[in-house]
Design a binder for this molecule. Structure first.
Ligand code: NAP
Length: 305
């Protein structure tokens, strides 16, 4: 059974396990906010500056975990968590809280929650949505999932790192959101990079195109439309009065043909064209473009990965 002590004092001790670029930023931020900080890392030399600033470098993971009611873990992945937390450290963590911030999959997060529960450890899974220099800065989003009472008990300390958002008791929700938001980031960046390559084929500088694309086109045409129409996704309501999937397929075909004419990579538009064509095969030819949501909700055909 997991245990949870009462709400810790604002500057309660914290342990940080893992001092890669992100773990270092977490430890520095906690120290800057006055938390007595204990650290451990496989390569102890990385703690040199932290120790010079007042952190305590523990000789073992068990020693580090025993030093604080809350341990923040920021290692490479879940496999490293299990490797680092051998039996001694697992036992030392019993009755304490462990917040694990490495990235991974929901299945891995569920397995880690079970691993922690078997050791009497109060476990939160989490995801950091900013790079190390933005840790502790206003607006830095930190996502958490797992028992609400564990989050509530340590919320004040976690708020030092960034804006803490508890997504629910299912421990997989934080890494699920992480994958979704990073997928959005890569798709958006690739959309811009591909568009810049396309106009670049006619000698247009990316710096000139960025102003039109990012400052003017995106905020008016994409962002506002999506926020206003998101409830339609939940309702499965895709009225095609202002433009149909057939019309959008035509546009996607033109983008792919333009790429071919200009000698630019056509992989992205061809994939988008295929997805729109699938939506039409599924009966959404007269729907608006958002009906591709119905395609995305299903597994891809075998062999598509
Ligand atoms: P990282 O390279 O992903 O992880 C480095 C940490 O893992 C170091 O403490 C390293 O120890 C430790 N480690 C790796 N293999 C190990 C092993 N076999 N045994 C013991 N320790 C091992 O660097 P990071 O950027 O700090 O990222 C940490 C986590 O945060 C990752 O899951 C990453 O996805 C996530 N994250 C990172 C960023 C970012 O921008 N950096 C942003 C959001 C989330 P040594 O120092 O001894 O090598």
């Amino acid at each position: 059974m997991t245990q949870q002590s009462s709400t810790p004092a604002p500057n309660s001790p914290v342990t940080v396990i893992g001092l890669g670029p992100m773990g270092l930023a977490l430890a520095e931020t906690l120290m800057k906010n006055g938390h007595p900080t204990t650290v451990w890392n496989r390569t102890p030399g990385k703690a040199r500056n932290l120790v010079a600033g007042g952190a305590r470098l523990a000789a073992s993971v068990a020693d580090a975990v025993a030093a604080s009611p809350l341990t923040v873990v920021c290692l490479k992945d879940y496999a490293t968590l299990y490797e680092v937390f051998g039996s001694a450290a697992g036992a030392a963590a019993a009755g304490r809280a462990l917040v694990n911030l490495n990235s991974g999959t929901p299945k891995e997060a569920h397995a880690a929650a079970s691993w922690a529960a078997a050791r009497g450890v109060a476990y939160l899974d989490g995801a950091i949505m900013v790079p190390p220099p933005l840790v502790g800065e206003p607006g830095a989003a930190f996502l958490y999932s797992g028992p609400r009472e564990v989050f509530a008990a340590h919320r004040d300390t976690l708020a030092r790192l960034g804006d803490p958002r508890h997504l629910g008791s299912d421990p997989g929700l934080a890494v699920l959101h992480n994958a979704a938001l990073l997928g959005l980031m890569y798709a958006t960046m690739n959309g811009f990079l591909h568009a810049a390559a396309l106009v670049g084929s006619a000698g247009v500088p990316a710096a000139e195109f960025a102003e039109l694309a990012v400052n003017r086109f995106l905020p008016t045409v994409v962002d506002a439309t999506l926020v206003a129409q998101a409830p339609d996704l939940d309702a499965g309501h895709y009225p095609g009065g202002l433009g149909t999937m057939e019309m959008n397929l035509n546009a996607l075909e033109h983008i792919a043909l333009t790429c071919e004419e200009q000698g630019v990579h056509a992989g992205q538009p061809l994939l988008m064209r295929d997805i729109a064509a699938q939506a039409i095969r599924d009966g959404h030819g007269a729907s608006n473009y958002l009906a591709v949501f119905e395609v995305f909700k299903k597994e891809a055909a075998p062999g598509a990965r």
